[in-house]
Design a protein around this ligand. Structure first.
Ligand SMILES: Nc1ncnc2c1ncn2[C@@H]1O[C@H](COP(=O)(O)OP(=O)(O)OP(=O)(O)O)[C@@H](O)[C@H]1O
Length: 242
């Protein structure tokens, strides 16, 4: 599907750099001096124990929160981005209208909106549910609708914040298949998860956070076979960390 955009070279998508990025809330450091770089169209999985700062990192990287110190910088033109949350934010409208609205906001002529939205619903297995109010859809259906909306926006970079944590195994598989589809289309992925098996299935690269600090950014194979820090090793063994 080539919807709204001219052909783009995802390979040319600007790298994203976090440079000495910190986030402090009421005097409490929640993220401390995080520096990392995301490039190419890799799937980077953000891991770490509860409260490590995974969601904060995603929000800072996506520009939803300003850092207290340091900076978040695109090395070139900021690309088209989308974010999918654990609990999707959907309009009080039917599934189809949630998609046509997103297309309208992005300047797609009304004649094309309905067709594109229908195609996306079919693609994500929601064709039958087009007229159902989005907010009564099940958790898995809502997540697929959020992914369908992101799909229509053809992002160069997709942020997914624990998108499967409330889903059953079939719904998890559907989300992972969608992530694969985005990846095949050339979208860079930054996704947080608690699920080690999922991270092993999806990751090209892992970012490991603990207590608001970046402890590792490593190729997935290396991270899983030989974690460089005792915290990551303990986390992979399923021990309490942080
Ligand atoms: N906008 C905010 N303002 C103040 N504190 C925040 C904000 N967002 C997160 N926090 C706090 O920052 C810490 C890290 O939260 P975050 O949600 O990033 O962790 P996480 O690694 O995603 O955790 P989990 O695995 O439990 O989802 C927590 O103590 C949380 O209460």
């Amino acid at each position: 599907m080539n919807t709204m955009l001219q052909a783009r070279q995802h390979a040319d998508v600007a790298a994203l750099a976090l440079e000495g990025t910190s986030f402090v809330h009421r005097g409490q450091p929640l993220l401390t001096d995080v520096s990392l770089r995301l490039e190419g169209c890799r799937r980077t999985l953000v891991m770490g124990p509860n409260g490590a700062g995974k969601s904060l990192l995603m929000r800072l990287a996506h520009g939803l929160l300003p850092p207290s110190r340091g900076r978040v910088r695109w090395e070139g033109a900021p690309p088209r981005q989308a974010m999918v949350f654990q609990r999707p934010v959907l309009l009080k409208r039917c599934a189809l209208d949630n998609l046509t609205y997103a297309l309208a906001v992005n300047g797609i002529p009304w004649r094309r909106r309905r067709r594109l939205a229908r195609e996306a619903l079919e693609r994500f297995g929601l064709g039958e549910l087009a007229r159902r109010p989005a907010r009564v859809l099940s958790g898995g259906e809502q997540q697929r609708l959020a992914l369908a909306r992101a799909w229509l926006l053809e992002p160069d970079m997709l942020f997914l914040d624990e998108p499967t944590s409330a889903l059953d195994p079939a719904a998890i598989r559907a989300v992972e298949a969608a992530v694969d589809d985005f990846h095949r289309r050339g979208t860079r992925i930054l996704m947080s998860t608690h699920d080690l098996h999922q991270a092993r299935r999806l990751a090209d690269e892992v970012i490991f956070l603990c207590d608001g600090r970046l402890l590792e950014q490593a190729d997935a194979e290396r991270f899983f076979s030989a974690p460089a820090t005792p915290e990551a090793a303990a986390f992979l063994r399923g021990e309490l960390v942080g």
